[in-house]
Design a protein around this ligand. Structure first.
Ligand code: GLY
Length: 566
């Protein structure tokens, strides 16, 4: 493995060819904010954002850029970018069409409700978190090809940068070096062969990560399209990997996997229209509940991050997550009472016992009465044609199941943990679920991913999303309220400290830079506060048209996330 010092990372000049257009993507720097007039891409890694930008500049639209950026992330951001995971895409196209694409992982045909329980009925959480048994059938590759019909460029143009990044390598960032070192023993434990993320001496910023097996897989996908992943040698390698552990994905499961176009959630919030993801993501409905609860309550007058506004938002979050735990699951399998959950009368009744200045209590607040590591990754993109794309994809935990498909070089997800393994038992995010999210063959596990687009005068205005497990809907909610109600600028809307309540545990989580005086006031109201590391890594783009078109793209301060635009 070649080594480079910190300084040389930024001095190396390599030229990557994007088909016939030579595109320079190294050296790279991490840009947190850009302002342009055309298009922008924000993602979790500067190289992936640059790949997306180059695609826009080469005449691709926002969907082209979303495909290329996701493929690049599968190479340069292995903790969450993926081929072996799944995701959701919301797109608002220039012709007015709204696309909600579900390429969430799916439970294998041999999955059973109790597959992660021991003989006494207790959850064996390790099984749904690590190794081949934790994996759902991957959806990402099917999703990329399902979105291709809205793209313009050849697939070769979109995948070439990813192939080159995998084949020739790229210098890793400091946080990636730290992450590979921290997870070394897990990679070694969960794999029989040496994987690309493990080496004998500790990783340092600037070391080159080269992934020849992944490059081979990408080339096969280029030649054979989605079938190149779901059938043939790669599918066989996935099944071989299953057989090395207790995995149950078989060749038929892979062959039968399909991405599904669903009907996006659309609703008005004051003068705006918000477009979000429906089931099997809970994110769209949770955000709709949260926005609708605050809509008539003059939150702007309470002020940004005052104890009053934080308490109102917290109590809305408590109630939305209580509903998530009970009512939400894959709507192809269970009846989710969507209409009621977002109806005005129901939401009003949910807030009947809200007392300003007094903390609620999750023992008293249950789900409403009705006769549903956070290492995910988000991409926000707009182009200069009027298209906007919001994509969130995931392996679930950081590096998913830690299992790399030997010979194919990509990580498999541990998304099965997003099912309710046992009613009332918390998953890795501490979220509890019930029968609606129980495991069943072919069912898609409930997600919190919330790719969101806000329209103003029927045109894309804000494109937003984030990783963060159950904190995803609350981070998106707070970023939106920060702009739409508190008039914060885009940077502050993303970077100011966030807070999170998810019903259970009955705690209000705050980031460490959350204002101490407000925290003290909330404590005095009766909240149990817990400080935690970063809530979300929000990627946000706002398009304004006040004095000519302006595209403002913000990458969250909380990671290596980077914005590119022109
Ligand atoms: N795996 C995180 C989510 O889908 O919400």
């Amino acid at each position: 493995m070649l080594m480079f010092s910190r300084i040389t990372v930024f001095l190396i000049l390599l030229f990557f060819c994007l088909d016939s257009n030579a595109q320079q993507i190294l050296p790279y720097t991490i840009t947190k904010k850009i302002e342009g007039t055309n298009g922008a891409v924000v993602s979790a890694h500067p190289l992936a954002s640059k790949v997306g930008l180059n695609i826009l500049k080469a005449g691709g639209n926002a969907v082209d850029a979303a495909i290329g950026t996701q493929l690049a992330l599968a190479v340069v951001y292995p903790g969450a970018g993926n081929l072996g995971g799944g995701g959701f895409m919301i797109a608002c196209l220039k012709n007015g069409k709204t696309v909600a694409l579900d390429y969430r992982e799916m439970a294998p045909s041999n999955a059973t409700k109790d597959m992660y329980l021991d003989k006494n009925g207790n959850p064996i959480t390790q099984l749904s978190l690590e190794g081949p048994m934790a994996s759902g059938i991957p959806g990402t590759v099917a999703g990329l090809f399902a979105s291709k019909k809205y793209a313009k460029l050849s697939f070769k143009k979109l995948i070439s940068p990813a192939i080159q990044l995998a084949e020739e390598g790229f210098p890793i960032t400091a946080s990636q070096a730290q992450s590979f070192n921290n997870n070394k023993s897990d990679f070694e434990r969960m794999n029989k062969t040496v994987v690309a993320f493990v080496k004998n001496t500790p990783w340092k910023e600037g070391d080159m990560l080269i992934q020849p097996e992944l490059a081979k897989t990408l080339k096969r996908i280029l030649r054979k399209k989605a079938r190149g992943f779901y059938e043939g040698p790669i599918a066989k390698l996935i099944v071989q990997e299953m057989n090395r552990g207790k995995g149950i994905i078989n060749l038929t499961d892979l062959k039968n996997y399909k991405a599904i176009e669903r009907t996006a959630i659309r609703y008005n919030y004051k003068d705006y229209e918000i477009v979000g993801m429906p089931m099997p993501s809970s994110g769209g409905i949770i955000i709709q509940q949260l926005m609708k609860i605050i809509e008539q309550r003059n939150i702007a007058d309470m002020g940004f991050q005052t104890a009053a506004s934080v308490q109102l938002m917290t109590e809305a979050e408590r109630r939305a997550f209580a509903d998530r735990g009970t009512y939400m699951g894959d709507a192809d399998f269970v009846k989710v009472p969507v209409k009621t959950l977002v109806s005005e009368s129901y939401l009003q009744q949910r807030m009947n016992d809200f007392k300003p200045g007094v903390a609620g209590n999750s023992k008293i607040t249950k789900e409403g009465i009705i006769s549903e590591s956070e290492e995910t990754t988000h991409i926000s993109i707009v182009d200069n044609e009027g298209n906007a794309v919001s994509v969130t994809t995931t392996l679930n935990g950081n590096y998913g199941s830690y299992t790399v498909v030997s010979g194919a070089g990509f990580l498999l997800n541990n998304e099965m943990d997003d099912f309710s393994v046992k009613p009332g038992s918390p998953n890795m995010y501490g979220a509890v679920g019930k029968a609606a999210n129980a495991i069943a063959p072919g069912k898609r596990m409930l997600s919190s991913m919330s790719p969101t687009i806000v329209l103003k005068n029927n045109k894309p205005y804000i494109v937003v999303g984030t990783p963060g497990g159950t904190t995803i809907p609350t981070s998106v909610f707070q970023s939106l309220v920060n702009i739409l109600e508190f008039n914060l600028n885009e940077e502050d809307a993303v970077n100011k400290p966030k807070f999170h309540h998810q019903w259970l545990p009955d705690e209000l989580f705050i980031e460490k830079d959350f204002p101490t005086t407000v925290a003290a006031e909330l404590k005095a109201m009766g909240y149990k506060l817990s400080t935690r590391t970063g809530i979300g890594r929000t990627e946000l783009i706002r398009i304004t048209n006040n004095n000519g078109r302006k595209v403002i793209a913000i990458a969250d301060k909380r990671g290596d996330d980077a914005a590119e635009g022109y």
